[in-house]
Design a protein around this ligand. Structure first.
Ligand SMILES: *Cc1c(COP(=O)(O)O)cnc(C)c1O
Length: 387
């Protein structure tokens, strides 16, 4: 049988079978609309959504009333930033970071076109933004700061608690895109003074097309303008019939992540460190992108000097191994990653970058096989190139 090894867990994760199991009844026998008030079908759906709301809130130390269900982190980021901007007409500054996901950066670009002033902060070689830089950027005109918990390419974990403290002191709203961080690293919106937080189901072994936005209810109470109007669901913040099976799945995924985070994080960190060590022992000139200290457990982004990553990924694909490069295809051009550029990697090297995203299903044997394929490819390439 042909092998299939998935090492791209930052792109998406499979739905945990325990998550799938609790979702299934909500497609068929418990298909009710969570807003239906007059029959048991509606009651069942409504109760399931309430449970999920508690599960999501519990993962991040929030209250259940502070959770708004959305279609994913992209929508959560849009609601957070556009919603905040459009209710604060007398302040027009937003501070964010060069390595943010497009779902934050492109929202900021869109706000910039409407007259907002966007400050984009740099990161250090480890891929982290400094709390001092955030503090300096907060002028009296700034309404909000958006900094991701963990980066999707290089796994860099930002100093969220310190940034939260700065934002609290300066009385600006702190939004955090935690699509990669939630369920992988401890996040506590109280301890970290986070005012809004975006979560995505499919990055944490839940289903695609569902996510959440935490919106702080007190000290301060964050006010947003809804971006989707209609029936007034989610306290008017996000209209549209609730995706009950998806929400049930997201809730269960949060419950499981809370329980397993510590142990699985340790396991993935060990596997990841083993992967880097083995690659560096077997193949000359391999560099890790970003720092190893503040990094998501399952993340490893590397450069293999002089090796074209697209060719390598094609070889890996033929062997049944799935991972990503440091470049993104936009329409028909391959653009070098702006995240790798932001940590000071040259464009030449970026074309030699690959990203491993380890997850629950991966074992050491998956890595050993992948390492052997990378090794044989690199030896072959380097023999025939001038490198
Ligand atoms: C995947 C991802 C998103 C987008 O999440 P969706 O739920 O797919 O919309 C946003 N931010 C980060 C950091 C991500 O990794």
């Amino acid at each position: 049988m042909k092998r299939s090894i998935y090492l791209d867990h930052h792109a998406t994760t499979p739905v945990d079978l325990k998550v799938l199991e609790v979702m299934l009844p909500y497609f068929s026998e418990k298909f009710g609309n969570a807003s239906s008030r007059h029959h048991v079908f509606g009651d069942d759906a409504n109760e399931a959504v309430a449970t999920a709301r508690e599960q999501v809130a519990s993962l991040i130390g929030a209250q259940k009333e502070e959770i708004i269900f959305t279609s994913g982190a992209t929508e959560s980021n849009n609601l957070a930033l556009k919603g905040l901007a459009s209710l604060n007409p007398n302040k027009n500054g937003i501070v964010t970071v060069a390595t943010e996901h497009k779902a934050v950066l492109d929202v900021c670009t869109s706000l910039e076109k409407q007259g907002f002033e966007i400050t984009i902060l740099p990161v250090n070689r480890d891929g982290r933004v400094s709390p001092e830089a955030v503090s300096k950027a907060i002028t009296p005109d700034v309404v909000g700061v958006s900094v991701m918990a963990a980066n999707n390419e290089i796994g860099a974990i930002n100093p969220i608690e310190e940034i939260g403290k700065v934002c609290k002191e300066k009385e600006v709203i702190f939004h955090c895109d935690a699509a990669q961080g939630a369920g992988k690293i401890p996040i506590d919106v109280e301890k970290m003074n986070i005012d809004m937080l975006s979560i995505s189901g499919h990055k944490m072994y839940g289903p695609k097309g569902v996510g959440a936005l935490f919106v702080r209810g007190h000290r301060p109470r964050v006010r947003l303008r809804a971006q989707i109007d209609g029936g007034g669901h989610e306290r008017g913040m996000r209209s549209g019939t609730l995706n009950v099976p998806g929400i049930v799945g997201l809730g269960k995924a949060c419950e499981i992540a809370k329980k397993e985070m510590k142990k699985e994080g340790k396991r993935l960190t060990e596997l990841r460190d083993y992967l880097l060590k083995s690659l560096q022992e077997k193949i000359p000139e391999i560099l890790a992108n970003g720092g190893m200290e503040h990094r998501l457990p399952g993340n490893l982004s590397i450069i293999i000097k002089g090796v074209d990553s697209e060719a390598l990924l094609f070889k890996l694909k033929q062997e049944g191994i799935a991972l990503s490069s440091g470049a993104a295809c936009s329409t028909n051009k391959i653009e070098p990653s702006y995240v790798l550029q932001a940590i000071g990697i040259s464009n030449d090297d970026i074309y030699s970058a690959i990203r491993f995203g380890l997850g629950k299903g991966n074992q050491k044997s998956d890595l050993d096989f992948s390492i052997s394929v990378v090794k044989s490819f690199c030896h072959q390439i380097r023999k025939i190139s001038t490198f």
